[in-house]
Write a protein that binds this ligand. Structure first.
Ligand code: FAD
Ligand code: ZN
Length: 475
């Protein structure tokens, strides 16, 4: 089917949004290719509405024509959920033009924004009003809050503030029928039946389109201090996490773990970043303390923590950033691991979670399994240990053909890793979502009872299967 077969729909969409906001020709790859360039889709059109009414009218028009929609924010998603398939029959509905900050309620500690608002702009708006919006991830300069909520994004501050779901109090949503649900409540308590907000959070555009959200604001901490510690084992890293909870309490706002090989790739490809302490230790940990008293207080707390950690032998060496510039430099190293990995060549990514207490055992068992099956396999392991979330990635053996490795071994590697995750009662997607990349895997690893409830929800809210079909569950 080509756009020629849908002249009436396209005319209607042009009437709704204005002709310049229905894109059919030219290079549309910014909307049709996923961030990791794993797939190149084809769109019937990209429509860019500017208001909730225009979104609702666009959905109604598509539904009437039997055309499915792919909601899209910043197109930074890592699970191939935000781009159309290759059929050329789907409409991409981009929220980019709906980017206004609608209201800030400083007494209620809430901010209401439209879905297309870039995360960094939202953080800046909160800061300008004297508050903190804590969701933070490396894609924050281009991802949108609608996409963050649709994927229930995590990032680096989850250990203290929770993920996107925990930061959301209300939503405005356009349903698959083109109706508008005005659910922009700023209520912290509301027990009037099923939680519809939580149904749409994490639904990856398969149930409806998020057009606005009311979000929680927090006081800005008085100081943010960062430390980098070398630890002798993953066990020691988990012990350090327990000590950090005890010593820093609610101040613990970041706890990232990085394997030696992951850091060696940063050292190899971005030597100017000067990675500390990694050559002597199998793991390094990045910790952040957000203190509401003062920098001096935060430093004293860190010193107490590290003293105990040295005594217990769970830290072999450590540095505490002297100033903000040094702290940024340390975080920059962590954020550059995925880029260093890309420089090293194509790789197989996993975004998994396991109960923190079982992570050392999981890593030991899964590392051994992969090494047994694939000679010379290189494991790039890093992630948000504070949340039990590892980016357990697999790189082709040194000097090998990475493309061939992916083609020939990806399925086998995924099965080895996900079977191991299942044995440890973990999740195959901790923060990036299912998209189309993991739809088949979900059908294997999610319990049949959970899957059948998910099918029932999808069937009830989107019976014609027009909202991002084929993602998460296939009807
Ligand atoms: P998109 O990519 O446009 O869409 C993602 C999904 O949400 C799609 O299924 C889409 O259909 C749906 N969607 C988008 N907007 C809406 C809407 N308004 N209504 C309904 N559905 C919608 N993720 C993390 O969780 N933690 C990280 O630390 C992290 N780091 C990243 C670092 C980099 C460098 C990159 C590129 C990505 C990272 N991600 C991370 C993944 C990604 O950035 C997040 O998932 C982000 O939340 C996606 O937002 P987006 O606006 O780009 O959404
Ligand atoms: Zn992450």
């Amino acid at each position: 089917m080509t756009s020629i077969q849908h002249p009436v729909l396209l005319e209607e969409l042009r009437r709704i949004t204005g002709p310049s906001h229905v894109l059919c020709d030219g290079d549309l790859s910014a909307y049709t290719q996923d961030w990791r360039k794993r797939t190149q889709g084809k769109a019937l059109a990209v429509v860019r509405p500017a208001s909730v009414e225009e979104v609702a009218a666009s959905v109604k028009a598509c539904a009437a024509a039997g055309v499915s929609l792919v909601p899209q924010g910043g197109n930074t998603g890592l699970a191939v959920g935000s781009v159309p398939d290759e059929s050329g029959t789907q409409v991409v509905l981009s929220l980019q033009r709906m980017n206004a900050v609608r209201a800030i309620d400083t007494a209620n500690l809430t901010l209401t924004v439209e879905a297309g608002c870039i995360l960094q702009n939202l953080q800046d708006a909160a800061e300008k009003a004297g508050f903190l919006f804590p969701l933070s991830l490396a894609a924050e300069g281009s991802c949108t809050i609608g996409g963050n909520l649709a994927t229930n994004a995590g990032g680096t501050q989850v250990v203290r503030y929770g993920n996107a779901r925990d930061l959301c109090l209300g939503l405005e949503v356009v349903t698959a029928q083109g109706e508008i649900w005005h659910g922009l409540s700023g209520l912290r308590k509301d027990n009037t039946g099923y939680d519809l907000r939580d149904l749409f959070v994490g639904s990856e555009g398969t149930l409806g389109i998020i057009t606005a959200a009311t979000l929680k604001l927090y006081p800005q901490p008085a100081a943010r201090l960062t430390a980098w510690a070398a630890v002798p084992s993953m066990d020691a890293a988990v012990t350090l996490l327990g000590l950090a909870h005890q010593h820093l309490g609610a101040g613990l706002s970041g706890f990232e773990v990085m394997g030696q090989f992951a850091l060696s790739l940063v050292d190899k490809h971005f030597a100017q970043l000067r990675v500390p302490l990694f050559k002597e230790a199998p793991w390094c940990v990045l910790l952040e303390n957000s203190d509401h008293e003062s920098e001096a207080h935060a430093r004293t707390q860190f010193e107490g923590l590290l003293e105990t950690a040295f005594e217990q032998g769970c830290v072999s060496d450590a540095v505490v950033a002297e100033n903000l510039a040094q702290a940024h430099q340390l975080w920059h190293i962590r954020e550059n691991i995925p880029l260093a990995q890309a420089e090293e060549g194509l790789n197989i990514k996993h975004d998994i979670s396991i109960a923190v207490s079982r992570i050392p055992e999981f890593v030991e068992a899964t590392d051994a399994l992969l090494r047994q099956h694939i000679e010379g396999v290189r494991l790039v392991n890093f992630g948000h240990l504070g949340d039990g979330n590892l980016h357990y990635n697999v790189q082709a053996p040194e000097g090998g053909d990475a493309k061939a490795f992916l083609r020939d071994r990806e399925e086998e590697v995924n099965t080895l890793v996900y079977d191991s995750v299942a044995r440890f009662d973990g999740s195959i997607s901790a923060e990036h979502g299912v998209g189309s990349l993991k739809t088949d895997k979900l059908a294997i690893y999610k319990s049949p009872v959970a899957l059948s409830m998910m099918h029932a929800i999808k069937g009830a809210l989107d019976p014609r299967n027009i909202m991002n079909p084929g993602r998460i569950v296939r009807l």
